[in-house]
Design a protein around this ligand. Structure first.
Ligand code: ZN
Length: 190
């Protein structure tokens, strides 16, 4: 979704929220808070456009290309609290390849939204399929949801893992195993 952010309304809402929790919004300490809250949310919800530069796969590279542990943060649409962690992305190239730095931009682009982790995972996979038309794509996200860990629903630091596997990364047993071996071992590294 593309967010249409009304800064003035966001500031008023932040002031209302402060009043609702019993804070004295007229105190000097809180004077700038509604503006800062509006700024923070606007930033968290505004995706940065980027160019999806791809290159022809001239050498016919046909092994998995994997970028591991791309850091990201997003905003949970159920509680408006952050969830953050790392993304692992792999694809089996077809005619085109993409600069590795772009993979981070893709993750960031879809993260700046009111999200749920499953949807973020599938959006990244769908984007790569559309832009690259690879033979296969795999996306694994490991994230801590503050809405769960801060409230004690889950232990602090506990990770939720989601994945979206497409094409040969899903259907070819060897490729799938290779992708999962390359990506899921971070759980133990960190
Ligand atoms: Zn939540």
């Amino acid at each position: 979704m593309t967010m249409n952010i009304d800064r003035a309304a966001l500031e008023r809402a932040a002031a209302d929220l402060l009043r609702a929790v019993g804070a004295d919004v007229d105190s000097e300490a809180l004077e700038e808070t509604p503006r800062r809250v509006a700024e923070a949310y606007a930033e968290l919800l505004t995706p940065q456009p980027f160019r999806a530069t791809t290159f022809p796969n001239d050498d016919g590279y046909d092994e998995l290309i994997v970028a591991r542990s791309i850091p990201f943060h997003s905003l949970c649409m159920h509680h408006l609290l952050p969830f953050h962690g790392v993304a692992h992305i792999g694809y089996l190239p077809g005619e085109r390849i993409i600069g590795l730095s772009k993979l981070g931009r893709v993750v960031e682009y879809f993260s700046r939204d009111l999200q749920i982790q499953e949807r973020l995972t599938t959006q990244i996979a769908a984007w790569l399929q559309r832009e690259l038309e690879p033979k296969g794509v795999g996306v694994v996200l490991e994230a801590e949801h503050l809405c769960m860990s801060l409230r004690g629903v889950q232990k602090l630091g506990a990770k939720t893992v989601t994945s979206a596997l497409r094409g040969l990364v899903r259907d070819d047993a060897r490729t799938r195993q290779e992708f999962l071996a390359l990506t899921t071992r971070t759980t133990h590294d960190q």
